[in-house]
Write a protein that binds this ligand. Structure first.
Ligand SMILES: *[C@@H]1O[C@H](CO)[C@@H](O)[C@H](O)[C@H]1NC(C)=O
Ligand SMILES: *[C@@H]1O[C@H](CO)[C@@H](O)[C@H](O)[C@H]1NC(C)=O
Ligand SMILES: *[C@@H]1O[C@H](CO)[C@@H](O)[C@H](O)[C@H]1NC(C)=O
Ligand SMILES: *[C@@H]1O[C@H](CO)[C@@H](O)[C@H](O)[C@H]1NC(C)=O
Ligand SMILES: *[C@@H]1O[C@H](CO)[C@@H](O)[C@H](O)[C@H]1NC(C)=O
Ligand SMILES: *[C@@H]1O[C@H](CO)[C@@H](O)[C@H](O)[C@H]1NC(C)=O
Ligand SMILES: *[C@@H]1O[C@H](CO)[C@@H](O)[C@H](O)[C@H]1NC(C)=O
Ligand SMILES: *[C@@H]1O[C@H](CO)[C@@H](O)[C@H](O)[C@H]1NC(C)=O
Ligand SMILES: *[C@@H]1O[C@H](CO)[C@@H](O)[C@H](O)[C@H]1NC(C)=O
Ligand SMILES: *[C@@H]1O[C@H](CO)[C@@H](O)[C@H](O)[C@H]1NC(C)=O
Ligand SMILES: *[C@@H]1O[C@H](CO)[C@@H](O)[C@H](O)[C@H]1NC(C)=O
Ligand SMILES: CC(=O)N[C@H]1CO[C@H](CO)[C@@H](O)[C@@H]1O
Length: 827
């Protein structure tokens, strides 16, 4: 009974896809496609046939992913504006060689409309999802569906303008999920000065990616990491500018589509859930609407109100602005000198630039062929130039007159923007850093990491001397600015490529002379202070204590290594200070502190629900994967733990403290270390016992972390019968009772299956033998359910004995107790 019902259900699901399958993937006049028929591409990725969208009864011809899903995922529609009203339609090749849809009366309701037609052509559905019409005699492609996209972007499709074929492809949304006719939104590549991805609502801009810097769209700093698989933009002087993508992983099904309410999404097929998983979408906050805050207004979704005028500007209409009507934007507080009439009193004082940090650049950027050092001066010399920015991969950008669609980011990768203001604004704006950041940037060209390390040592020895030299350099490079005392502040920050050296005085001032009140906590190697730079930027200063074991070499290691690593799940190192025998590291400040405060603190308002915990687990995994695999350096963290996971304002996890990371040579995957570092409780047995570390020892720590996040208990806390977390988790696992491990605060939230799955994955990570543990990419696949069947874990390490409380804070092998050692036979 139930079996036959299941069978019926199955039949029902699959009938959409498999009914009346044509053996071939081609259409010709003798082999047309009727309403009840389907053709399938040679590799089974796509099919083509008639369908009815949503609740509509109309019939359309479309190309769909060939997936076992009850509702087809349509990626292309032929007759989107001309539906058939019954099932008498037929897709065939007409006498003039065009691909056509005929209705029951044999009237042409849609045609590929090639004028110089052949009378012997054939159409084929390729495995890329492209339907091509070819001349059978010479194989020439006459028409292809990829040149006329609907609302979906598939791999290898060219979105934008291709001058070589003189075609332009843009996505046009459906009107509604029930109606594929052309809707209000469209998306494509705009190539005005610097190409960018743009979504239009009707014909006005609606959303903007920011300019392409030959690697990413700079308005999407998150592109630096995981999303946007293999996107590339092809640009040439003839006017070609199109975007394509090709996913390295051919077994993954990934595409982009623009839905009828203007949401552009990246989706990946989840075979186990038989559903699409939205991995990215354009619209994540109110600020993701074009020109939300009007001219010279800046949008920050984390702020209330979200709009503010950029420095030196005030609301055009105070009353409206207060009421939340921001589209009027802002105007200058003080007119620019270059705009004034010569008779004016304040004459003579040059305009200058204010630096706005990590802003998404405004629209209408103009590329100018100026060198880095000339970008500012060239802007200053033309009164209509209101701002400039220099971005690696693009070069110098200028803006004329109005600045619109400025967004602020909490992420790495956004550019700094320099806004032209009157001299008096420079002098008044105490918070602003005056010009010259570019001038003071000691540009050493394409310096390598190794050279950098060498330079550092030199710098340490000769810092004072160098500082004087810098002053001299600046005086020479920019005499006017120097005289006006504008660059004094910046001498305290000398930039070498990505690493900034801060002066001791500056950091002391920023942290109120390292006052106890600005202390954030005590890390492994010394106290961490919160500070505020003169330009208002908040920083965290880690002041390494002299007594710490960390030598100069390790310190340099950390500085050079971390500053090269950029990922949304890693804390950004801004620079360091090595004056007066001090060693200090300057990081981005993370307002929401570390994960342990949330997990183990009693604070009610700091409660993390399951979805946040899941995001933290996954984000941490991604950060770790980046360290292990995706950064050019292969880095083992070696001290991953809850207190090293910091949370940004949106509670995204960021891994911190790479002080103990080591750079691996490409071929090595395991190394011996002289001194064992790390935190007991998170250390893998082979590392704790023998100092052998590898990616798998980080996986071990990650496993402990997963179990802590799910259970809300510390690794060191003890359960009823004196068992550690790991031992307890293992005991419950063997009793088929993993549910009992779950944090009571999140229990009962209908995600128990996911939680138990996480416990399972955590246990796989902490298995005693490193070879048994999965690598991080496998762990991530398990977490995201790409891998449905999980193997059975073996016994974890450190579960043979009872932990003793003294182990808590020690961080070397000296603290192993006898019990554990008997369990852990060195191999
Ligand atoms: C179409 O086919 C007819 C014969 O079937 C032939 O005479 C004619 O030249 C062909 N036209 C083209 C454009 O190939
Ligand atoms: C069309 O082309 C095919 C393959 O080249 C050939 O076999 C067939 O005879 C042609 N038909 C006509 C009408 O020319
Ligand atoms: C499309 O735009 C028109 C006119 O602006 C509006 O009336 C309609 O509601 C819009 N449709 C959708 C789906 O947003
Ligand atoms: C490729 O994609 C498949 C399906 O999503 C996934 O199972 C597999 O882990 C991916 N492989 C890699 C190397 O990411
Ligand atoms: C389009 O996608 C957004 C974001 O996922 C969603 O909120 C919206 O409902 C979708 N629109 C339609 C018509 O499905
Ligand atoms: C400069 O002078 C012209 C004509 O004398 C006047 O129209 C303009 O408004 C003046 N500009 C400013 C900024 O005062
Ligand atoms: C200033 O910039 C504008 C806009 O790019 C340009 O049209 C104008 O020629 C420039 N003026 C000078 C003096 O270079
Ligand atoms: C630190 O603050 C003092 C007094 O506020 C000031 O005189 C000094 O210039 C500041 N030093 C730096 C490097 O900002
Ligand atoms: C910390 O996270 C909470 C959300 O739980 C958020 O409301 C708060 O604004 C964040 N704190 C800061 C300082 O950003
Ligand atoms: C746990 O479940 C498995 C299979 O579901 C079973 O073989 C095993 O005996 C169970 N163990 C306990 C302790 O109930
Ligand atoms: C991770 O492990 C899986 C399975 O053992 C293997 O197929 C994959 O290549 C490994 N990935 C990396 C990046 O080492
Ligand atoms: C055994 C032990 O307690 N190990 C660590 C558990 O995690 C905390 C921080 O989350 C560390 O301070 C402990 O040393």
């Amino acid at each position: 009974m139930s079996l036959s019902r299941a069978f019926l259900h199955l039949l029902c699901c699959f009938s959409v896809v498999f009914s009346g399958v044509n053996a071939s993937d081609t259409i010709s006049s003798s082999e047309p496609v009727r309403d009840s028929e389907t053709i399938i591409s040679s590799g089974n990725r796509f099919n083509l046939g008639f369908f009815s969208p949503g609740n509509s009864a109309n019939r359309y011809v479309g190309i769909m992913f060939n997936l076992p899903s009850p509702t087809p995922t349509v990626v292309w529609v032929a007759n989107r504006d001309k539906p058939l009203h019954d099932s008498s339609g037929i897709l065939t090749i007409s006498e003039d060689g065009n691909l056509v849809i005929l209705n029951g009366q044999k009237e042409i309701i849609w045609s590929s409309s090639i004028s110089n037609s052949m009378n012997n052509s054939t159409a084929q559905l390729l495995d890329t999802g492209n339907l091509v019409l070819k001349d059978r005699s010479n194989g020439r492609v006459l028409w292809e569906s990829f040149q006329y996209p609907t609302d979906s972007l598939l791999q290898f499709m060219k979105l934008g303008i291709d001058k070589s074929t003189n075609t332009m492809a843009i996505l046009k949304s459906w009107k509604s999920p029930d109606d594929p006719s052309v809707g209000n939104f469209s998306a494509g590549i705009q190539n005005r000065y610097i190409p960018q991805f743009l979504i239009w609502k009707n014909s006005s801009p609606y959303w903007r990616s920011g300019p392409w810097n030959k690697q990413i769209y700079i308005g999407l700093p998150e592109m630096n990491s995981y999303y946007f698989f293999g996107i590339d933009l092809v640009v040439d002087n003839a006017g070609t500018a199109y975007q394509t993508y090709s996913d390295q992983n051919q077994s993954r099904i990934l595409y982009y589509s623009l839905n009828s309410t203007g949401s552009y999404q990246e989706k990946i097929w989840d075979p186990s859930k038989k559903n699409w998983w939205v991995t990215w979408e354009n619209h994540r906050s109110e600020c993701d609407v074009y020109a939300k805050c009007g001219p010279f207004g800046s949008c920050n979704p984390g702020r209330s109100p979200i709009c503010s005028c950029i420095q030196g500007f005030k609301p055009k209409n105070e009353g409206e602005w207060e009421k939340g009507s921001w589209t009027g934007g802002c105007i200058r507080r003080t007119a620019l000198n270059c705009e004034r009439n010569r008779t004016d009193v304040e004459n003579g004082k040059q305009d200058g630039f204010l630096k706005l940090q990590t802003k998404g650049v405004p629209d209408f950027a103009i590329w100018v062929p100026s060198a880095r050092g000339d970008c500012e001066g060239d802007c200053l010399s033309n009164c209509s130039c209101t701002a400039y920015s220099y971005y690696t991969g693009i070069g110098c950008m200028h803006w004329n007159r109005i600045l619109i669609d400025i967004r602020e980011y909490s992420m790495d990768g956004a550019a700094d923007l320099f806004i032209r203001v009157a001299y008096s604004e420079l002098a008044n704006g105490k918070k602003a850093i005056p010009v010259a950041a570019i001038a003071s940037t000691v540009s050493i060209g394409s310096i390598t990491v190794i050279l950098c390390g060498y330079l550092f040592r030199k710098l340490l020895a000769k810092h004072r001397e160098r500082k004087n030299k810098n002053e001299a350099f600046l005086r020479e490079a920019s005499p006017k600015l120097y005289q006006e005392g504008m660059i004094k502040d910046d001498i305290n920050r000398v930039k070498i490529e990505d690493i900034t050296l801060y002066s001791f005085d500056m950091l002391a001032n920023a942290t109120d002379k390292f006052h106890l009140a600005s202390k954030l906590g005590q890390g492994g190697f010394g106290p961490v202070y919160k500070g505020k730079l003169p330009d208002g930027q908040e920083i965290a200063v880690k002041r390494l204590s002299q007594s710490s074991g960390q030598g100069l070499q390790e310190f340099m290691n950390e500085v050079v290594v971390i500053s090269r690593l950029q990922h949304r799940n890693l804390v950004r190192l801004l620079g360091c200070c090595t004056e007066r025998g001090e060693k200090m590291l300057v990081y981005d400040f993370m307002p929401n502190r570390s994960l342990d405060a949330y997990l183990f603190g009693s604070c009610k308002e700091k409660f993390l629900d399951w979805s946040k915990r899941a995001i933290i687990i996954e984000g941490t995994g991604r950060g770790l994967l980046y360290l292990h695999r995706d950064s050019r350096l292969r880095i083992i963290h070696r001290d991953l733990k809850a207190s090293n996971i910091l949370l940004d304002e949106y509670l995204n996890p960021k891994i911190s403290d790479f002080g103990m990371a080591r750079i691996f040579g490409g071929s090595q995957d395991q190394a011996n270390t002289i001194r064992v570092v790390g935190t007991y409780g998170y250390m893998a047995p082979e590392y704790a016992m023998q100092g052998r570390f590898s990616e798998r020892s980080d996986v071990y720590s990650f496993g402990v972390l997963i179990l802590e996040i799910v259970s809300g208990r510390k690794n060191s806390s003890f359960y009823g019968d004196g068992l550690t977390l790991l031992a307890y988790a293992w005991k419950l696992w063997n009793e088929n009772n993993s549910l009992k491990l779950i944090d009571p605060k999140i229990f009962g939230s209908r995600f128990e299956i996911e939680m138990v799955r996480c416990v399972h994955i955590g246990l796989l990570c902490v298995q005693e033998y490193a070879e048994d543990r999965p690598n991080v990419s496998t762990v991530l696949s398990m977490l995201t359910s790409d891998i449905a069947e999980l193997p059975t874990p073996k016994q974890p390490a450190f579960t043979g004995g009872h932990a003793s409380p003294q182990q808590g804070s020690s961080k070397s092998q000296g603290s192993m107790n006898a019990d554990s050692i008997t369990v852990l036979e060195p191999r």
